[in-house]
Design a protein around this ligand. Structure first.
Ligand code: ATP
Ligand code: MG
Length: 374
């Protein structure tokens, strides 16, 4: 189905990803409506309408369904019940439940990726009192224990380097084992972390974005460097695997895929997310096609463009603690600041990002150091 300008796009979620999706939709001539329980959700500042309600509240879901010609989501934790309400009431949600169902659970996600013949870290389910011990016997040290569901920005994770860490983690998860599952993953010794963003339109056309190299600080994305500092061969390999995943899983819409490029030269998938991704915010300024434009085009059945990198770029995330420093900054040519207007600048809260374009990655990184020491 093709959704043309003048129609309305409904978005479940009204954070910064929802806001940037709205910006793209508005530019393309669509109406926008978001569902978010927070009165001050930042996408509410620009969407035509904001339904204030929980993601599982039937009345609120019915409201957004009635007013939208197509519905999408900007985060993974929407439930299948909510999507069923949309579908059963005539709502059109081309991505469906499958991308959420798979990406909501780390175990399911890794199994499906492995079924496609693609590598992930070795893993083992941890779901009872003794299973962390058993899992460590198989996976060994060092390893990472993660909640199967609901983790983000490195939350809900324990690094297990030795017996002592194992005992401590076991103590901490013991009480919650009745209601949630965990997964123990082999810790990958990586050269770098990479990500790819692939999008499939309902007309079946594909867009594959330039691979990003990602540097995390305290479990949160800090920098995305594009082009990634890897060989052309690795870049192409990542793009090929990414296409295989979106096609193999039968998804439409956006799919961000996080990878480890191992010291052993192997490529491992870390996780997938069927929504715009922080490591592709660079596309807003450094590509001829942004991740948000591609997401909107895909759900509206438009033919996707083949995205090209126009300039080298590094994206710097601006967290609550960085805001004052950034506000003092005198921006130079090629430095594009995007603040989300999210209210209180709490520590580690994502408040904005800065894309710095240039001809030499090393020079951009020097400028970032200068900014940080400002
Ligand atoms: P985000 O929301 O930032 O994507 P998340 O909470 O979903 O994060 P992961 O992406 O699984 O969690 O892990 C966060 C970071 O921790 C990774 O980007 C990587 O730096 C490190 N990490 C996680 N799992 C592993 C692993 N198996 N081996 C090595 N490093 C890992
Ligand atoms: Mg991640």
């Amino acid at each position: 189905m093709t959704i043309d300008k003048g129609k309305s796009i409904g978005i479940l979620g009204g954070g910064q990803l929802g806001k940037m999706l709205c910006e793209s939709a508005i530019q393309k001539g669509y109406g926008t409506i978001i569902l978010d329980p927070a009165k001050d959700a930042c996408a509410g500042q620009i969407a035509d309408k904001h339904v204030i309600g929980e993601y599982n509240d039937r009345e609120s879901i019915l409201k957004i369904t009635k007013q939208s010609d197509v519905i999408t989501y900007e985060f993974e934790n929407v439930t299948s019940e909510s999507l069923s309400i949309i579908k059963n009431n005539g709502g059109y949600i081309p991505q469906g439940m499958e991308p959420l169902y798979i990406s909501q659970n780390r175990l399911r996600e890794k199994r499906r990726i492995n079924e496609l013949g693609i590598k992930t870290a070795k893993f083992k389910l941890v779901n009872n009192d003794n299973s962390l011990n058993e899992a460590v016997d198989i996976i060994g040290y060092p390893s990472v224990l993660k909640t199967c569901t609901g983790g983000y920005d490195g939350k809900g994770q324990w690094i297990i380097r030795n017996e002592e860490d194992k005992i401590k983690a076991n103590e901490e998860i013991k009480e919650s084992l009745e209601k949630r599952d965990y997964i123990l993953e082999e810790m990958i010794n990586f050269k770098c972390e990479l990500s790819c963003f692939v999008v499939k339109s309902t007309d079946n056309s594909l867009a594959v974005f330039p691979v990003s190299e990602n540097i995390h600080k305290n479990g949160i994305l800090h920098l995305s460097i594009v082009p990634a500092r890897v060989s052309h061969e690795i870049e192409e390999k990542i793009k090929k695997i990414s296409k295989k995943i979106i096609v193999g899983l039968g998804f439409v819409g956006p799919l961000a895929i996080e990878y480890f490029y191992g010291a052993d030269e192997e490529i491992y998938v870390n996780e997938i997310a069927p929504r715009p991704h922080n490591s592709f915010h660079y596309t807003m300024d450094a590509c001829d096609y942004s991740q948000f434009d591609a997401h909107i085009d895909a759900i509206c059945g438009k033919n996707l463009k083949n995205p090209k990198l126009i300039k080298k770029v590094v994206m710097l995330n601006i967290l609550g603690q960085d805001v004052e420093n950034i506000e003092r900054l005198c921006l130079k040519d090629g430095e594009k600041l995007h603040m989300y207007n999210k209210g209180k600048a709490m520590p580690n809260r994502k408040m904005g990002h800065l894309n710095i374009l240039g001809n030499h990655t090393e020079k951009i990184l020097e400028r970032i150091n200068e900014i940080k020491n400002n």
